[in-house]
Ligand binder design. Sequence first.
Ligand code: FE
Length: 139
Amino acid sequence: MEFKRFGNKVIMRIDKGEEVVGTIEKFCKDQKIALGSISGLGAAGRVKIGLFDVLEKKYYSKVFEGDYEITNITGNISTMNGEAYIHLHATISDHDMHAYGGHLNEAVICATCEVVIDIIDGIVDREFNDDVGLNLYKF
Ligand code: FE
């Protein structure tokens, strides 16, 4: 991974063999980035995305292996328990240009991934909401 920062914006390249979620999470922790938005695109050989079942309050995830375009990564940075908390969703497409999308757990890059992080000066924390079963923004 390499990046360049321009004021409150970061341009990042995640390389072949690197995993997107862990790379962005480590970067935000190392750089002490607490709040912001994330967007990206690229190509991955292994992607794990999930769906949150609201009745069961649990995630169902599926792994896709092969050639996939990451047509979109969208997400945000906030904090929980004093640490950077990354929330990412992604849409991927296959050889037939069919798309699959969901909550992004993991994406291993097979070509490149281009990410823009927009840093916001501020803090928004999260706390677990028992009713929903997720870590929600707390204001
Ligand atoms: Fe999600």
